[in-house]
Design a protein around this ligand. Structure first.
Ligand SMILES: Cc1ncc(C[n+]2csc(CCOP(=O)(O)OP(=O)(O)O)c2C)c(N)n1
Length: 650
C-alpha cells in the first residue's frame, strides 16, 4: 500500500467518516481504501505542521480494527504515550482540526479530554496506559459495569518500568482487559533490551509466516458467536507454540497471549481483538507493524522513521522545510564529545532518545561509553549512581519534562550519596507545540530542593560549553545543566564576573538588578535598554549557577533598589523565589519581583506565543520594571516580608 494509491474510484470515503460507527459499516475492500486515504491525509496535514507522522502511519489498520471491534467511548481505548492517537482522532470526528495540529487554539498532538469524549487519558509521557487500564478494569468490575478496556502500548513504551508493575497487577487481578502491543521494533531508534529481543524472536522467527497463517486460519474459520473463546485462543497459542518459541514470558505472568498478528491486516487484527474481547481475562494481542508504513521517506528514515518532525516537511523527501540552525542540542553534543575525548571516565546515558538529546554523537565516537536504557528515566538515574560509584562520571541526557519521573532517584540514590552525576536537561522551560505535559518548567523548582545539587542555566553556546565543563568537574555531588529547545541564542559576552555571576550590562545608576536566568540574557539586555530610556539604570546579571543561590547574587541585590528575576520555570520555588528567600535570610530588605511561569496548565502553541501569553517578552518585562521602579520613587513598595516579621505582626 502506498500513499500514491489511486483512490479516484472511491471518492471521499474518509470525508464521510464522522465517527466510529461509519467505520463499523465498511467492507474489507472499503477499509483498504480508507486506510490509504488516511495515510494520504496524515502526510498532507502533518507535513504542514510537523508532528508524529511515523508512529501514526504505523497504526492505521490497528486503530481501524479497534474502532470496529469496540464501542468507544463506552469501551475505553487508551493509547500509551498518546503520540500515535492521530488516526483515532481522525476516526472520532476531528478531521477538521488537523489544519491547526499542535498550533495555538488547534488540535492537540496528544489525546485531550476537552477535544472529545473518545479521549480519556491525557498523556505524552510513556508507559502509563497499562496502569490506567488496570485501575479502570478494577473499577468497572467493582461497579458491575460491562465495558471493555483496551490499551495500546508500543514495544518502546514497554521498556518503561511502570508497564511491568502494571502487568504484575493486571495478571493478579485477572480482570478482562486487552493489551495491544504495537510492536514495530523501534522507540525512536531500534528498541533496546531483553524484552525487545524476546519480541523480535517471535517476529523474526522463520516460522512467523506460518504463525500468521495459523492465526488467520484459526480466527478466520471460527464462527465467533457461540464458540468458547478459550478454545480459539488455545488453538492460536498452540499454533504459535508449535511454530515459534514457547510464550513463557507472558504466560508465566498469567496473561493470555495472542499473536503475532500482522498489524497491517485489518481482518487479522480484528479477529484477534474479538477473541481477546470475549475471553474474559487479561489478554495481550501482539501486533507487528512497521513504523512509517506506506510512506517511503518515513519507512526509509534510518534515524527514527520520521518519528516526529518538529515542523513542516517536504512530502517528497521527508526533510524539514525550515533552514537548519545550530541547536542547543548540537552544542551540547559537540562539547560532550570533546570532554569525553579528554576524560575516559565520562560516559553517556540516554533513555531511548539518543538522537534527540545529542548523545548519539558520543555513541558514534565512543560506542562502548554510551548506554541506552530504554524509556526508563528512573533506572537511568540510579544506574548512573552505580556508574559513579564505580568510578565513572555519567552524563544523563534527557528532556527536562522526563526527569520529573526520577525525582526520588536523583534525591536519594544520587544526591544523598553525593555522587558525581551530571543531568543534562534539553527542552527545558517553555517548549511549545507538544503542550502542557512537555513543558520543562518544573526542573528548577523540583530539583532545587535536592540537597547538594547544583543547577546551571546557560544563556548561549559559549556558556553552555563552559557550564557543562564546570558540571563534569564537580566530583562531590550531582549537577544539572538545563537549556531550552530550538536554535541556540547568539553569544552574549559578559562585562565581568562576580563569583559565578556574569554581569551583562550595568550603568551609572543602580536602580534595578535584573536577574536574567539562562536564555533570557538577551531579553535582559533589551529590557535594560528600554528602561534606560525612562531614566533608570539596570544592572543585568546572569547567575549561571542558579542553585544554590550564589552569595554574590545576594550581595549584588543589596546594592540595588529593586530586584527583578525572569525565568522560564514555575515561579513557585523558582530562581526568583529562592533568591528572595536567600535575601530574607541575609536581611537584605530590597523588594523582589519574580517573573516566571505560573504553576498552571499552559496550552500548546509556539514557544514565542506562549512566552508572550505569559508576559515574558522584553516589551512586557520593561513595562513592568519601569512601573515598579517609578512607583518606588513615589511610594516605596513593601519590603520583602520575612516569616519572622509576619509572626511578629500577628
Ligand atoms: C517517560 C518518557 N520518556 C521519553 C519519552 C519520549 N518518547 C516519545 S515516543 C518514544 C518512543 C516510543 O516508542 P513506542 O512506544 O514503541 O512507540 P512508537 O513511536 O514506536 O509507535 C519516546 C522515547 C516519553 N514520551 N516519555
Amino acid at each position: 500500500m502506498s500513499v500514491e494509491q489511486d483512490t479516484a474510484n472511491h471518492p471521499g470515503l474518509l470525508a464521510a467518516v464522522r465517527g466510529p460507527q461509519d467505520v463499523k459499516r465498511m467492507s474489507t475492500e472499503q477499509l483498504g481504501v480508507l486506510a490509504a486515504e488516511i495515510r494520504d491525509f496524515l502526510v498532507a496535514k502533518v507535513s504542514r505542521t510537523g508532528g508524529h507522522i511515523g508512529p501514526n502511519l504505523g497504526v492505521v489498520e490497528l486503530t481501524l480494527a479497534m474502532h470496529r471491534v469496540f464501542d468507544s467511548p463506552r469501551d475505553r481505548l487508551l493509547f500509551d504515550t498518546g503520540h500515535q492517537a492521530y488516526v483515532h482522532k481522525i476516526l472520532t470526528g476531528r478531521q477538521d482540526g488537523f489544519d491547526k495540529l499542535r498550533q495555538r487554539g488547534g488540535l492537540s498532538g496528544y489525546p485531550n479530554q476537552a477535544e472529545s469524549e473518545h479521549d480519556l487519558i491525557e498523556n505524552s509521557h510513556a508507559s502509563t496506559a497499562l496502569s490506567y487500564a488496570d485501575g479502570l478494569a478494577k473499577a468497572y468490575a467493582l461497579r458491575g459495569e460491562q465495558r471493555s478496556v483496551v490499551a495500546v502500548v508500543g514495544d518502546g513504551a514497554l521498556t518503561g518500568g511502570m508497564c511491568w508493575e502494571a502487568l504484575n497487577n493486571i495478571a493478579t487481578a485477572g480482570n478482562p482487559l486487552v493489551i495491544v502491543v504495537n510492536d514495530n521494533g523501534r522507540s525512536y531508534s531500534p528498541t533496546i533490551g531483553g524484552l525487545a529481543d524476546h519480541l523480535s524472536s517471535l517476529r523474526l522467527n522463520p516460522g512467523y509466516e506460518k504463525v500468521l497463517d495459523t492465526v488467520k486460519e484459526a480466527l478466520g474459520s471460527t464462527p465467533l458467536v457461540g464458540r468458547p473463546m478459550y478454545e480459539v485462543l488455545h488453538a492460536v497459542k498452540k499454533g504459535i507454540k508449535d511454530a515459534v518459541a514457547p510464550q513463557a514470558m507472558f504466560e508465566d505472568l498469567g496473561i493470555k497471549y495472542v499473536g503475532p498478528v500482522d498489524g497491517h491486516d485489518v481482518a487479522a487484527v480484528e479477529g484477534a481483538l474479538r477473541a481477546a474481547k470475549n475471553f474474559g481475562g487479561p489478554v495481550i494481542v501482539h501486533a507487528v507493524t512497521r513504523k512509517g508504513y506506506g510512506y517511503r521517506p518515513a519507512e526509509e528514515d534510518e534515524a527514527d522513521c520520521l518519528h516526529g518532525p518538529g515542523g513542516a516537511f517536504d512530502v517528497e523527501t521527508g526533510r524539514l522545510v525550515a533552514a537548519p540552525t545550530v541547536k542547543w542540542t548540537n552544542v551540547f553534543a559537540e562539547e560532550l564529545v570533546a570532554i569525553a575525548d579528554e576524560r575516559p571516565d565520562v560516559v553517556g546515558i540516554t533513555a531511548a532518545m539518543a538522537e534527540p538529546t545529542g548523545i548519539a554523537k558520543l555513541a558514534r565516537k565512543h560506542p562502548d561509553r554510551v548506554y541506552d536504557v530504554g524509556i526508563a528515566e528512573q533506572h537511568a538515574a540510579t544506574s548512573a549512581a552505580g556508574l559513579a560509584m564505580g568510578g565513572l562520571h555519567p552524563v544523563v541526557a534527557v528532556y527536562a519534562t522526563f526527569l520529573n519521573r526520577a525525582f526520588d532517584q536523583v534525591l536519594l540514590d544520587v544526591a544523598m550519596h553525593k555522587l558525581p552525576v551530571t543531568f543534562v536537561l534539553d527542552r527545558a522551560g517553555i517548549t511549545g507545540p507538544d503542550g502542557p505535559s512537555h513543558y520543562g518548567m518544573w526542573d528548577m523548582s523540583v530539583f532545587g530542593v535536592v540537597p547538594g545539587l547544583r543547577i546551571a542555566a546557560p544563556r548561549d553556546a559559549a556558556t553552555l560549553r563552559e557550564e557543562l565543563r564546570e558540571a563534569v568537574a564537580v566530583d562531590d555531588g550531582p549537577t544539572i545543566v538545563r537549556f531550552p529547545t530550538g536554535a541556540v541564542a547568539a553569544d552574549l559576552p559578559a562585562l565581568r564576573r562576580v563569583g559565578p555571576v556574569d554581569v551583562l550590562a550595568e550603568s551609572a545608576r543602580t536602580d534595578v538588578l535584573l536577574v536574567a536566568v539562562g536564555s533570557f540574557g538577551q531579553l535582559g539586555m533589551e529590557v535594560a535598554a528600554r528602561v534606560a530610556e525612562q531614566g533608570y539604570g539596570v544592572t543585568v546579571v546572569d547567575p549561571r549557577w542558579v542553585r544554590p543561590v550564589p552569595a554574590e547574587l545576594v550581595e549584588l541585590a543589596a546594592a540595588h533598589r529593586l530586584v527583578v528575576s525572569v525565568e522560564d520555570g514555575v515561579r513557585v520555588g523558582g530562581v526568583g523565589a529562592a533568591l528572595a528567600q536567600a535575601m530574607r535570610d541575609a536581611d537584605v530588605r530590597v523588594p523582589v519581583k519574580d517573573l516566571g511561569v505560573p504553576a498552571e496548565w499552559h496550552p500548546h502553541g509556539s514557544r514565542a506565543q506562549i512566552l508572550a501569553d505569559l508576559g515574558l517578552t522584553a516589551q512586557d518585562v520593561a513595562r513592568d520594571v519601569t512601573g515598579w521602579i517609578s512607583r518606588l520613587d513615589s511610594e516605596p513598595i513593601e519590603p520583602v516580608v520575612t516569616t519572622d516579621d509576619a509572626a511578629r505582626r500577628n
